[in-house]
Design a protein. Structure first.
Length: 48
């Protein structure tokens, strides 16, 4: 038996945002990137 659940676009957007935040935190915690590197890349992305 499967149960179908419908989600709003807003709910899916928030869930995706949370997952990205967790991944960024994990990358920073593991020392793969610094928060400064992330913020600089994000800033550069929005400049283009």
């Amino acid at each position: 038996m499967t149960e179908e659940t419908e989600f709003t676009t807003e709910e899916l957007s928030f869930a995706a945002h949370d997952k990205v935040d967790v991944l960024i935190d994990l990358l920073i915690e593991k020392g793969l990137i610094t928060e400064e590197e992330y913020l600089k890349r994000l800033e550069d992305h929005y400049k283009d």
